[in-house]
Write a protein that binds this ligand. Structure first.
Ligand SMILES: O=C[C@H](O)COP(=O)(O)O
Length: 388
């Protein structure tokens, strides 16, 4: 569930010792919230009203180029991934010049050692894939990943908090994180419902409809106190993770967009920007559908909004540097990759990176009048390969 015990702790991760090569989280306090929950709701409602979704075509690196390869996080997150598959993943990433390999915590050290001397960095998922782990568990995982050499963390948002509302009055400012106004039981029930829904392949947002500003739809979902999700809980978790893992560690927040309505996606983007995350990312690839063009357009529009000075925010953007957008989940082909980049994503999380690069070379070869073909590819999470 979402809540975190507010008491500072220094207990090690289970199975860990006090050895600094394998640290617990040390003494850390959950960050104090910067607004009351009602204030968050008001800010977020304003965001939801003001963001206009742009459908621009952005510049994207040429297919097959070094810059194109550098948009790819070469990903292997299956629980049964073997050491030998991980070694192959690293060697492919090195050869293709991908930005990173993205793996689970247990393989971080192995990847770091495999990739020594290359420009490929190592990314670790945190709170994967449900996102509902308590804050301390995410903090331990994040800290352990950084200690093992990860330079990027892909952290799953506790997205069930966004779809969980409270009938009680939100807590006021300066409370330490004790995020949930709901009971463990109700949160658990909600998680179970969300999970069973996704297993059944439902891909529609759980609630709410989205439309452009000026409409009379339910765009502003936060007008009523009863409907306010516990934004404070989410912000304090994100801000604490950021404080424990400062820059240059790159932090990406996985929203799991298949589980969120567009207004909830905007709320999550707002909180990520406020906590100074570097990226918002669409999907885990393990829950519901993957990235869609609409998700990316919405998230890119939001990321731009939060870095823009406007009259309405008194010239003070939520986040001065532009938060970037990572498209992930279900990106299986070269056209998928190009579509996401041209919609403004700057990073792609995919287990089909090798296939995408091979397709790039084939298309380039054909354009040049050649007839070049590379060997077969091997996918990690899906055998149904879409063709170009
Ligand atoms: O973060 C990345 C995803 O887990 C990759 O998903 P995919 O296996 O559908 O490419």
């Amino acid at each position: 569930m979402a809540s975190a015990d507010p008491t500072p702790r220094s207990d090690p991760v289970p199975g860990e010792t006090n050895d600094t090569s394998n640290p617990g989280i040390g003494d850390i306090e959950i960050m104090t919230d910067r607004y009351t929950n009602s204030e968050w709701a008001a800010h977020i409602a304003e965001t939801q009203q003001k963001i206009v979704v742009k459908k621009e075509k952005y510049w994207a690196p040429g297919i097959g180029s070094k810059e194109f390869a550098e948009t790819i996080d070469h990903t292997l997150l299956k629980l049964d991934a073997t050491p030998s598959q991980i070694d192959t993943l690293c060697s492919e990433a090195r050869t293709e010049g991908f930005k990173s390999v993205c793996v689970r915590l247990n393989y971080i050290s192995r990847c770091v050692s495999n990739l020594k001397g290359s420009s490929v960095v190592v990314a670790c998922v945190v709170g994967f894939h449900e996102g509902t782990q308590d804050t301390y568990s995410k903090l331990r995982e994040a800290r352990a990943a950084v200690a093992a050499g990860a330079s990027e963390l892909d952290i799953v948002l506790n997205h069930t908090i966004l779809t969980q509302t409270s009938t009680s009055t939100p807590k006021t400012s300066n409370h330490k994180a004790n995020p949930s106004n709901t009971t463990t039981e109700s949160m658990t029930a909600s998680n179970a419902a969300a999970n069973s829904k996704s297993r059944n392949g439902a891909s529609t947002p759980a609630e709410g409809t989205y439309s452009l500003p000026g409409s009379s739809s339910r765009l502003n979902e936060s007008n009523h106190k009863e409907d306010i999700p516990n934004y404070s809980a989410i912000y304090t978790e994100l801000a604490t993770l950021r404080s424990l893992c400062p820059s240059p560690t790159t932090l990406k927040l996985i929203l799991e967009t298949s589980q969120l309505s567009p207004p909830k996606i905007l709320a999550a983007a707002h909180l990520a920007a406020a906590a100074n995350f570097d990226f918002i990312k669409t999907s885990t690839g393990f829950n519901g559908r993957g990235a869609t063009l609409e998700d990316i357009q919405l998230m890119v529009s939001a990321a731009e909004f939060f870095s823009t000075k406007t009259k309405n925010n008194d010239g003070s953007p939520v986040r001065p540097r532009k938060m970037q957008v990572k498209a992930s989940g279900g990106i299986r082909s070269l056209p998928d990759a190009v579509k996401m980049l041209e919609a403004g994503a700057t990073r792609l999380g995919t287990s089909s990176g090798l296939w995408i690069m091979q397709e790039s070379r084939r298309v380039l070869g054909e354009k040049e009048g050649g007839n070049r073909r590379d060997g077969p590819t091997r996918l990690y999470t899906d055998d149904s390969v879409g063709g170009y």
